[in-house]
Design a protein around this ligand. Sequence first.
Ligand SMILES: Cc1cc2nc3c(=O)[nH]c(=O)nc-3n(C[C@H](O)[C@H](O)[C@H](O)COP(=O)(O)O)c2cc1C
Length: 188
Amino acid sequence: MEVLGILGSPRMGGNSDILLEQALAGAKDAGGETEKIILSKKKISGCFDCGKCNETGVCAIKDDMLEIHKKILEADVVIHSVPVYFWAMTSQMKAYLDRWCAFFDAQWRVHKAYLPKMKGKRIGLITVCGDPNVSTADPIVHSFKNTCQFSGLKLLDVVQLSATEKGEIAQNEAAKKKAYDLGRKSVK
Ligand SMILES: Cc1cc2nc3c(=O)[nH]c(=O)nc-3n(C[C@H](O)[C@H](O)[C@H](O)COP(=O)(O)O)c2cc1C
């Protein structure tokens, strides 16, 4: 079982990073093989809406997202961890998500060739916001929920947490357990 972790925060060792590590540890303990991708260390442009992928299923932008597309297709589970920036996801995560466009044809249906790999794929989402009210991250959840529904993917229980300072979440055992359990349960 392949579990891909996608970090949407540019802050290494920050709260989203710590929580993603927890989720991947849970997945590993459940027998999964894990890999983490740090989006801020990759070159990922936004989507150009050139439409070329509608025909080919392959994005025309030659950057690091091409490799990530392949990894998403191969993974059984993809767990995302991202902080709230200005009531939304970070620019790194948004550019990544917009590039999912390559999985669709001109009618916004998943490309036939990708259907077997997309069907049943499980998607995890962890959000962190500075606001003590974790629903501040709801717009991110909304985006992922609709993307998963649209793509025929299964969104696992979303983990929404609050922390501000770098690494602060490391002191929050309950929060770490939620992330760990998400990873553990994602492997079945
Ligand atoms: C540019 C920027 C914008 C932010 N905007 C919000 C926001 O709109 N709402 C909020 O609750 N927290 C906001 N935060 C706080 C972060 O979500 C919070 O510090 C989080 O713990 C960062 O996660 P990280 O350590 O994984 O990077 C913002 C932080 C930055 C740097």
